[in-house]
Design a protein around this ligand. Structure first.
Ligand code: SF4
Length: 385
């Protein structure tokens, strides 16, 4: 059976952090029961798409999926199982806020079928957490990880953020060392970006918060790689490191051009070469999804043109450290990348950003910080073809 993955978006948060531009809402918790029913109805509408397929992985993201009680998560997984078998040993991953977890909640998630937990630690510096408007303390993250182990989670990720205004290399190292000391299985390190329209962007514009230092962020990224390698974590994606056997199989689907259904408010999907995006606001989403027909909650769907597809493929597949096989690219697109964008390839190789080895194309260590630049240049090259 052809595998497919499922992303489920849960858009509720206790508090809307000042830097966040995700599809996330505070103060709408009363909608959670209706939202759970809408997720189940939306899945029902995809019965035909899921028929004859096997669900390889499921990812609950947000927002804060742990705002939904374990019974809600179980109801969603039951609806998926009713539509298609979930593969034995499938990764079912859920993002959680360390500030809201109890042992009982975690045990409930584990018995609902969740296999992997991703904790939004962000930092182990109390001042940085306050700056980010996070509701948890460093101690709460440590406690959540202990509770997760007690509940039987054998794969736990910690999310960390670097590139914060005023963050020193020493402060970042201290946070990272504190994270490593907790012995997670996986670490995701993301650079803070100041997104337009957020309270943080307004503060930066008003001059009350310093503009993040890009050069320091680059040094911080390099230091993260060194410290994590020393601690036994292997980098397998631009922002992700794992102990052997703990790479996220669900996230790999996004980075390797796999198919996934997007369920929930604002969720994105990629099935049959078509990209789709659901209605973003939870109230409007609930109303649309409850119609229970295929695509009733979809706001927009489109099939990217050839140049966009190629750019999308290369952009996604270059995120993983092993890159992609040039023969696989040729099979997918009916032509060789080397012939479609020879100048781009030569220039990026000469600059030391890309390298070819064993028939694969991948970013060099140096190129990992220049992924966006490499992709933008490819788009330009393809536009000129
Ligand atoms: S908890 Fe995460 S999703 Fe929710 S507002 Fe904060 S950053 Fe955004």
């Amino acid at each position: 059976m052809r595998p497919i993955s499922v992303y489920v978006h849960v858009p509720f948060c206790t508090y809307k952090c000042g830097y966040c531009d995700f599809n996330a809402y505070a103060g709408l918790e009363s909608l959670i029961p209706a939202y759970r029913d809408a997720l189940v109805a939306e899945i029902g509408g995809y019965a035909e798409v899921l028929a004859g397929r096997e669900i390889a992985t499921v990812g609950f993201g947000g927002g804060t999926p742990s705002e939904m009680p374990p019974e809600g998560i179980a109801a969603v997984l039951d609806a998926l199982r009713a539509a298609a078998p979930i593969a034995g040993g499938a990764e079912i991953t859920l993002e959680a806020n360390p500030g809201t977890l109890t042992g009982e909640h975690l045990a409930g998630l584990r018995s609902a079928g969740v296999t992997r937990l991703s904790l939004g630690a962000q930092s182990f510096d109390a001042g940085e957490l306050r700056f980010l408007d996070r509701i948890h303390s460093p101690e709460a993250t440590a406690s959540a990880l202990r509770l997760a182990r007690g509940a039987g989670f054998e794969s736990v990720n910690l999310d960390l953020m670097y590139g914060l205004p005023g963050q020193t290399l020493a402060a970042w190292e201290a946070s990272l060392r504190a994270a490593i000391a907790l012995e997670p299985d996986h670490l995701s390190c993301y650079c803070l970006t100041v997104e337009e329209g957020t309270p943080l962007a307004r503060r930066v514009r008003a001059g009350t918060v310093a503009t993040p230092d890009g050069d320091l962020a680059a040094d911080t990224y390099d230091r993260a790689g060194e410290l994590l390698a020393d601690a036994g974590f292997a980098q397998y994606e631009l922002s992700n490191w794992a102990r052997p056997g703990h790479e996220s199989r669900h996230n790999r689907v996004y980075w390797t051009w796999g198919e996934y259904l997007g369920i929930g408010a604002g969720a994105h999907g990629f099935v049959g070469g078509e990209r789709s995006e659901n209605i973003a606001h939870p109230r409007a989403y609930i109303e649309a999804a409850m119609r229970g027909m295929r695509g009733s909650a979809v706001l927009a769907a489109y099939t990217p043109d050839a140049a966009m597809m190629i750019d999308d493929y290369v952009s996604s597949c270059l995120r993983v450290t092993e890159g992609f096989a040039l023969d696989a690219f040729a099979r997918e697109f009916g032509g060789r990348l080397e012939a479609m964008a020879p100048r781009w390839l030569a220039d990026c190789e000469a600059a030391g950003w890309l390298e070819r080895a064993d028939g694969r194309l991948r970013l060099t260590l140096r190129g990992r910080q220049l992924h966006s630049e490499v992709v933008v240049r490819l788009m330009g090259a393809l536009g000129a073809v």
